[in-house]
Design a protein around this ligand. Structure first.
Ligand code: ATP
Ligand code: MG
Length: 267
């Protein structure tokens, strides 16, 4: 992680490091300018949840790990921001699941897809789809954001997406897929359309997901099925909203200056 010129003592050190990582990735043609703006929307919600992984994200991560381990054809979808912020963790996750990674870009150019593939391979990825082989289409999504690999997202039963667009999430659900979304905004269409929504920063959610997959990997299928049966995404999303609302109420009551949750950094 780079930290050029940012003193560690800065109260927003981690947030500044992430911004710098994204800008660096933009310089390398991995992130588009729109991705930088999307990150800003995420940062706002990260403030609201106290910049820490909360119970609703932990519960969703557990269900996500179970769904990925039970899947016939899980796929880990990677876009520019995900590559910039969590490439290494996503590669480890795919490895643990024996699943392919698929480069899937909203603002797609072949050049950017190839750059992301190169980054993933440099971190040890073995199967990277969606670059040379994005020959299939998600029905109902006009070119080129609907391009997918026939071996990957097209035939997947479970797809993990991060910082995804609501339209595409909806289209994947219409295809009958289980969609796991990592999205800091519990109000986004993606968060509401996904089957399992992890309301957390991708930089915290991916390592926790890797750890949880590792933990659950040896458990019997019955136990994983039980985790999924007991999971309720509406309850988790409602929990995220209630958490934010109660936290704001409390801060308004007790004074913002007293906020004990104003931690700054990946937990
Ligand atoms: P939708 O189309 O789903 O309603 P949107 O238009 O807000 O949502 P986009 O702009 O397509 O979504 O994508 C950005 C989304 O990713 C936002 O919901 C934002 O909160 C979320 N996001 C941004 N940065 C992060 C991050 N670091 N970790 C997790 N989520 C993030
Ligand atoms: Mg959108």
């Amino acid at each position: 992680m780079t930290s050029k010129g940012i003193p560690r003592s800065h109260p927003r050190y981690w947030s500044l490091v992430l911004r710098e990582q994204l800008v660096e990735a933009w310089r390398h043609g991995i992130v588009v300018p729109e991705g930088l703006i999307a990150h800003g929307r995420g940062e706002c919600f990260d403030y609201l949840i106290g910049e820490e992984t909360q119970w609703f994200a932990r519960e969703a991560v557990r269900a996500a790990a179970a769904a990925l381990l039970l899947a016939q054809h899980p796929v880990v979808s990677v876009n520019g921001n995900a590559a910039a912020l969590a490439a290494e963790g996503l590669v480890r996750l795919a490895e643990l699941l024996d699943a392919p990674l698929e480069v899937n870009l909203f603002y797609r150019t072949e050049e950017r897809a190839r750059r992301i593939e190169k980054l993933l391979r440099s971190l040890g990825a073995r199967r990277v789809l969606g670059v040379e082989d994005a020959t299939a289409r998600i029905p109902g999504l006009p070119h080129p954001r609907g391009k997918v690999s026939p071996e990957g997202i097209l035939r997947a039963d479970v797809v993990l997406v991060a910082l995804e667009d609501g339209d595409r999430t909806e289209a994947l659900r219409r295809m009958g897929k289980t969609v796991i979304a990592i999205d800091l905004n519990p109000l986004s269409r993606t968060a509401r359309m996904a089957s399992i929504t992890i309301v957390d920063n991708i930089v915290r959610a991916v390592p926790l997901l890797v750890e949880t997959v590792r933990e659950l990997k040896t458990r019997p299928r019955g136990e994983l099925e039980e985790i999924l049966r007991n999971y309720d995404n509406d309850r988790v999303l409602a929990g995220a909203l209630r958490f934010i609302s109660e936290r704001l109420e409390r801060l308004a009551r007790e004074g913002v200056a007293m906020d004990p949750l104003a931690a700054n950094g990946p937990s």
